[in-house]
Design a protein around this ligand. Structure first.
Ligand SMILES: [Zn+2]
Length: 153
């Protein structure tokens, strides 16, 4: 859908400098463009789905294995002691293209922020620290290499 950031990124209408990390026939994985830290990924259906109820059986069937594979990659490539998986959808106050945010979180990060759970994400959005594009690109390269070595189809 034109005007949907998730669709525009997937279709190349909006530039994603770090490129896709993975694309299946049904799902795409990209680095998050928001201020949620290096290594935070977005897993989204290629179709413009605004709720989990929109997923086909095939899309739902890929979701679990893809989530497990990408959080395993993230855990392997960062010093996170947990990787959050949270479903996001709202865009401009309305249900939008669903996407899972897969976010590595460390104890050090929790100690610095002084909060846990969703409050970490809130604090990071409040801080609004722009990610270093070079660091994002390096992480994406490492993630693609990890997938080349570990992905089982
Ligand atoms: Zn969309």
């Amino acid at each position: 859908m034109i005007g949907c950031l998730a669709c525009d990124l997937t279709a190349g209408r909006v530039n994603l400098p770090s490129g896709e990390i993975l694309r299946t026939d049904l799902w795409a994985v990209e680095h998050c463009v928001g201020p949620l830290g290096i290594g935070t990924l977005v897993l989204k259906p290629l179709r413009h789905c605004i709720g989990l109820w929109d997923l086909t059986d095939a899309e739902a069937g890929e979701l679990g294995p893809l989530t497990r594979m990408m959080v395993t990659a993230t855990k392997s490539l960062t010093d996170a002691d947990q990787v959050f998986s949270s479903l996001w959808s709202f865009s401009g106050g309305e249900p939008g293209h669903i996407h899972y945010v897969l976010q590595p979180v460390t104890k050090a990060q929790r100690d610095i922020i002084g909060k846990s759970g969703p409050f970490i994400q809130t604090a990071m959005f409040d801080a609004d620290e722009t990610l270093d594009p070079e660091a994002v690109g390096q992480f994406c390269d490492r993630a693609r290499s990890w997938l080349s070595a570990h992905r089982r189809d």
